[in-house]
Design a protein. Sequence first.
Length: 168
Amino acid sequence: MNGKHFFLLASAILSLTAAGAALAHGGERHGGKAVDYANAEEKAFGRAADPARASRTITIDMRDSMRFSPDRLTVKRGETVKFVIRNQGAILHELVLGTERELKEHGETMKKFPGMEHDEPSMAHVAPGKSGVIGWQFTKAGEYQFACLLPGHFEAGMVGRIQVVEAP
């Protein structure tokens, strides 16, 4: 077995072991609480937005190879995006938007408390074969990330980048 196959096998085993804890992590959308878009909290990477009012839809697939496709995106500052997140794998995955620092901190917290439940509009917790939706307005230019923070997934490289550029 070469190194690449060993890594993928080890990642899959780790993911399956963590799946029990991950299932306790929350519902399909981290609880599915309704979002008040008019009063959405401004984050370093933007704010929640009504996906029905998005100017663009981006579909992101999650796979058990611990990868997103696509894993690099470019959006314009001020643009509202509807993310359709599809779990193409056989295990639970999630997509969480944030800054690199925030995602690393959140990932460390989830390692300590794998059964924690939370509901944020910048997250979609997606069961195998299902889809989730996030509506987001990118209000500041810069580079941000999206990641699966279930234990072992982030460490295996399940992370993507979003470049927010000034609109022409």
